[in-house]
Design a protein around this ligand. Sequence first.
Ligand SMILES: [Zn+2]
Length: 356
Amino acid sequence: MSQYAVPVVWSPETRRHDPRHEVWVGVATEGTETAARVDAILEALRTEGHDLVESRPQPDDALLAVHEPELLEFLRSAAARWAAGPYRDLVGQERVVPYLFPTPAMTAGMPARPAVAVHADAGRFAYDTMTLVGPGTWEAARAAADCAVLAAGLVAGGAPLAYALSRPPGHHATPAGFGGSCYLNNAAVAAATLRASGAQRVGIVDIDAHQGNGTAAIFYERADMLYGSVHVDPAAGWFPHVVGYAAETGVGAGEGATRNLPLPEGSGDEQWLAAVAELAEWVTAAGCDHLVVSLGVDAAADDPESPLQVSADGYREAGRLLGETALPAVAVQEGGYHLPTLGGLVAAYLDGHASA
Ligand SMILES: [Zn+2]
């Protein structure tokens, strides 16, 4: 058992997002980032005796510290724009699916304007076709970010560790973009909240199976927010594909404040924990005074979304390694999609962290 009960900040609103399907390599595949994840995790943490804390709406400050207001406005209004359009008759479904991406390849320096049709406008913010916006998506994403704000507030107020059951996840959401099943960057929001509460330097350690390109992008030029990640190598063909390489170390004032530790497909506890230990030492040596853990449990062997082979004991040991930093910490839920084991993996991490 953990040495202390960890506050588990959650919200029933986070169940409102239903991705239904993702458009992946041209076909509609069933979405794995489902509301059932919330209940699987809640059940496991309740059984472990942690303290469930129901979240409530929080101010916009932390969100605006990490995202462009245009992204927030798009996500807030997209489902209503879709419902007001001709889509029900045309295609008979109510998810906003981007169809046009106005990248520099298209605009070529021309004075491009925001598209009027929402299915074309979505590509201004969406960077993939698998992260759809439907009724309830904004409410759930906003509630997930509020969970992170509240959990960070508990840590700023003296809790050694708080956990945000943020869903949908967030670490792929960039300053002005959404993708990778992420809409709002909950971990970045937690870090910004800590910073606004007096933290001088926040270390973010991302142990999700995939590199958190959104968090990396948000803080790439910052010296006061370190971002370190262990993840499956994007060079082996894994999300986020175009970034997440070891050579990315930050720019300007942020030079040296980003660290990527990509691992080969099939890596298990030994290689993964060596990387987690390296990141724990890194944030400690850099003088961070607070820690945010992007707690994805999709590196587990039975997870359908990644080829890493980490065990539940591996997650417990990762918790111990990061708990040993003795930094006040916010753990924010990221990925993890195998419903039968998902809750136990989160519980194992928190147990390790709270027992260190
Ligand atoms: Zn992931």
